[in-house]
Design a protein around this ligand. Sequence first.
Ligand SMILES: [Zn+2]
Length: 68
Amino acid sequence: MSYICQTCQHKGKQFPNGRCPACDSHNIERLTSSGEQIVKKKRSRLDVILLITFWALFLYAIWKNFLQ
Ligand SMILES: [Zn+2]
């Protein structure tokens, strides 16, 4: 388990008291074991609309290809 500082991008396992040892910032995030930043699961409304639009167009294209 490691962390990254969002202020100075310092990465490390030791962030005593939830503070960055390099710049003393509280703005830190947890990283996964592979070093990737955890993607927030919450989608914005625009993301959902774009996703639905994309799928609608995609399915429409398939339907048109097979039925016409
Ligand atoms: Zn920092």
